[in-house]
Ligand binder design. Structure first.
Ligand code: AR6
Ligand code: MG
Length: 318
């Protein structure tokens, strides 16, 4: 059984690998051509906005010991680089924050009802690891606060809650039926609940992966949260006993938003299997591997220490 420390490092690194190895297959011909040019950094596989924003979340949690929305908003805005492939709405929003607009204004400036893209969910795994599943309501509140900065739409929020709660439960060794139950209790939108019910039907009878084309059709593979978060949960759970390379090839076969589905499914797989099960050959190809590993270890130490002291995240604010 992997230790809690190993599971946390596994979730962070497997998410980055899912992102970097999924990115070349995302989108249409033009996007794939562009990524052929941008997708290498000193010979390594470049990761995208999914990993950059997850790094921002981890750095912020380490600095503030809780979700601090202003700190997060500044980090997201300062880290923004167009070449990491941010969603179109997210790119505009982050530039506005960088120019000094308060996030409370910017997050409804592009879409009045907020974004329902999967950009909140793709960075939610560290929140699940940090807050854990024990106090589900506190976790859900923290995830909603961290997500609202860029994805204020109820479905955007639900996508992030779904990923964070799943990762928290998987890192504690929960069973698939228990995960479906707890996730269902955490969601607020019909869109996401309906998708979850379909995934449960597909997974629980056999606990083995259905044909990827069927999963794409039934659960979706697009950039909207409702078309990708449940898909990632399904892939992470269905393939958590398979080698990591199997998860990558299955995600490619599901297609669509392969980097973000790969990042979210990767986080679930990593939280289940741990860092030690990740293939060294793939890690060697990852951009800024040393930096990510150091960050993951620091993060894991902080979480394990917090749990050991029974202190939990700071009770001031979120
Ligand atoms: N109304 C209409 N369309 C919307 C709305 C809305 N309220 N919200 C989102 N969209 P965005 P992300 C559509 O830009 O979620 C990258 O590849 C709209 O077409 O907030 O941060 C990432 O890696 C918008 O452009 O981006 C992710 O995989 C799109 O949904 C992916 O993009 C995405 O929302 C999404 O990132
Ligand atoms: Mg991306």
């Amino acid at each position: 059984m992997p230790t809690h420390h190993d599971r946390i490092c596994g979730a962070v690194l497997a998410s980055a690998l899912g992102d970097a190895f999924g990115a070349p297959y995302e989108g249409g011909v033009l996007e794939q051509l562009l990524w052929r040019i941008l997708g290498r950094q000193q010979g390594k596989r470049r990761w995208t906005d999914d990993t950059q924003m997850s790094v921002d979340v981890i750095e912020s949690l380490l600095a503030c010991k809780r979700v601090d929305q202003d700190d997060l908003a500044q980090r997201f805005a300062q880290s923004y680089r167009w070449s990491r492939g941010y969603g179109p709405g997210a790119a505009k929003l982050l530039k506005r924050i960088r120019q000094g607009e308060p996030w409370q204004v910017a997050h409804r400036a592009i879409y009045a009802n907020g974004s329902f893209g999967n950009g909140g969910a793709m960075r939610a795994a560290p929140l699940g690891l940090f807050y854990g599943a024990a106090q589900r309501e506190q976790l859900v509140q923290a995830v909603q606060a961290a997500t609202r900065i860029t994805h204020a739409h109820p479905v955007g929020l639900d996508g992030a809650v779904l990923i964070a709660v799943s990762v928290a439960l998987v890192s504690q060794g929960a069973s698939a039926p228990e995960i479906f139950k707890q996730v269902r209790l955490s969601l607020e939108t019909v869109d996401m609940l309906n998708r979850l019910a379909v995934a449960k039907q597909l997974l629980l009878p056999t606990l083995s992966p259905a044909p990827p084309q069927l999963v794409a059709r039934e659960l979706g593979n697009g950039i909207r949260a409702k078309d990708s978060c449940v898909t990632a949960l399904y892939i992470g759970l269905a393939l958590r006993e398979a080698p990591f390379s199997g998860l990558l090839s299955y995600t490619r076969a599901v297609g669509g938003d392969t980097d973000t589905i790969g990042a979210m499914a990767g986080a679930i797989w990593g939280a289940a299997c741990g860092y030690r099960q990740l293939p060294e050959k793939l890690l060697q190809e990852l951009e800024q591997r040393q930096y990510l590993e150091r960050l993951a270890r620091r993060f894991a130490e902080a979480v394990v220490q917090m749990d050991g002291q029974g202190s939990g995240p700071s009770s001031e604010g979120i």
